[in-house]
Design a protein around this ligand. Structure first.
Ligand SMILES: Cc1ncc(COP(=O)(O)O)c(C=O)c1O
Length: 354
């Protein structure tokens, strides 16, 4: 257990693998929240928010960054600030954007979603080039934005290869189309690749990352990009009601998260790998250990007589919470509160129910 890590919800005896968003702030975060210098962020600026935004810009190698309450808002502002209402947004069909943020895409940003064939979250580059060509020739709406997601939630935490990202970015550039990265779990990707966050963000015009997932901060995400882009996003943040006042209270936790929580994401990746190996040993259909790159594990229960919802409710009786995803998949996400005892309890629960 890490120092200052005594806000773990062990007392409940529940092993909550539904998401890394369930993580609680550390004692160090709570202490910083109490002593952070504060101001009215949308009047004179909040010094702690400014410090967090500067740190985010530095880490991603962008000119500027903007603090927002959620990943969804960061992504929405990216669409609005790059945007061109009525244009197409090209992403893989399994993107979080298309599955969970489609209202933002269509109803607020006014973009038209175009799903590009993909494998493990990575768009097929020929299909992407073809989609861009088709749009230019067939009088379809202009391609306005190319979207990548890393790590990829729907693809079981898969990490996009940097070479792929570089080619997609080049394709965007040569066609005058902006490229955004939904990096809700950017630092999981960074740790898994052994590359800096900047080395990933270099392959996009803008990037969003979340503090409130594996990094354990209670609230907040950042959007980073050029100074002009962030100025536009800041205007749109007001437009969607995202202006905050003494937001340094939460930004303070974010600064601690970036300082203390990035390297420990490795532990979450190791826990997910341990789970995958053990489940594959129980039944090779359940998990594919060589596909588990970060902290998300997709468990395939199709070979069993029970559907995913039934599995989830049976595991719950063992005190293990997982998320059913469709009829045949469970999603397990490891995080700071999942220690080795929690991993072993999870394996035992699967063994009892298999
Ligand atoms: C890949 C991805 N993008 C965006 C989001 C949205 O983040 P938030 O829940 O902070 O709005 C999530 C949330 O899980 C996500 O997994």
């Amino acid at each position: 257990m890490m120092e200052g890590d005594d806000t773990r919800p062990d007392a409940t005896g529940i092993v909550d693998l539904r998401s890394d968003t369930v993580t609680l702030p550390t004692e160090a975060m709570l202490a910083e929240m109490r002593r952070a210098p504060l101001g009215d962020d949308s009047r004179d600026g909040d010094p702690t928010v400014r410090a967090l935004e500067a740190q985010a810009a530095l880490l991603t190698g962008k000119e500027a960054a903007l603090f927002v309450p959620s990943g969804t808002m960061g992504n929405l502002l990216a669409m609005l600030a790059h945007g061109e209402r009525g244009g197409e947004i090209l992403a893989d069909g399994g993107a979080h954007l298309f599955n969970s943020e489609i209202g933002s895409v269509v109803a607020v940003a006014g973009l038209i979603p175009r799903a590009v064939a993909s494998h493990r979250g990575a768009m097929n580059e020929d299909a992407l080039a073809q989609a861009i060509r088709a749009a230019s020739s067939a009088g379809r709406p202009r391609p306005a934005l190319i979207w990548m997601e890393t790590t990829h939630n729907g693809a079981g935490g898969a990490v996009l290869p940097l070479s792929h990202m570089a080619r997609v970015h080049a394709l965007g550039r040569s066609n005058g189309i902006a490229v955004h990265v939904d990096g809700a779990r950017l630092f999981n990707a960074s740790v898994a690749l052994g590359a800096s966050a900047q080395a990933i963000a270099d392959h996009a015009d803008s990037v969003m990352f979340c503090l409130s997932k594996g990094l354990s901060a209670p609230v907040g995400s950042l959007l980073a990009g050029s100074a002009a882009f962030i100025a536009r996003a800041r205007g749109f943040r007001r437009f969607v009601g995202g202006n905050m006042r003494q937001a340094g209270v939460i930004a303070a936790a974010g600064l601690v998260a970036l300082d203390t929580m990035v390297e420990r994401l490795r532990e979450d990746h190791a826990a997910a790998a341990r789970l995958a190996h053990a489940l594959a040993w129980l039944d090779p259909v359940l998990a594919e250990p060589d596909q588990v790159q970060t902290n998300i594990l997709r468990v395939d229960v199709s070979s069993s007589a029970r559907d995913a919802a039934d599995w989830a409710s049976r595991l719950k009786r063992h005190g293990i919470l997982v998320q059913a995803s469709g009829a045949s998949q469970l999603r397990l996400v490891t995080h700071r509160h999942i220690d080795s005892a929690a991993v072993e309890r999870t394996i035992a629960a699967f063994a009892a129910e298999a």
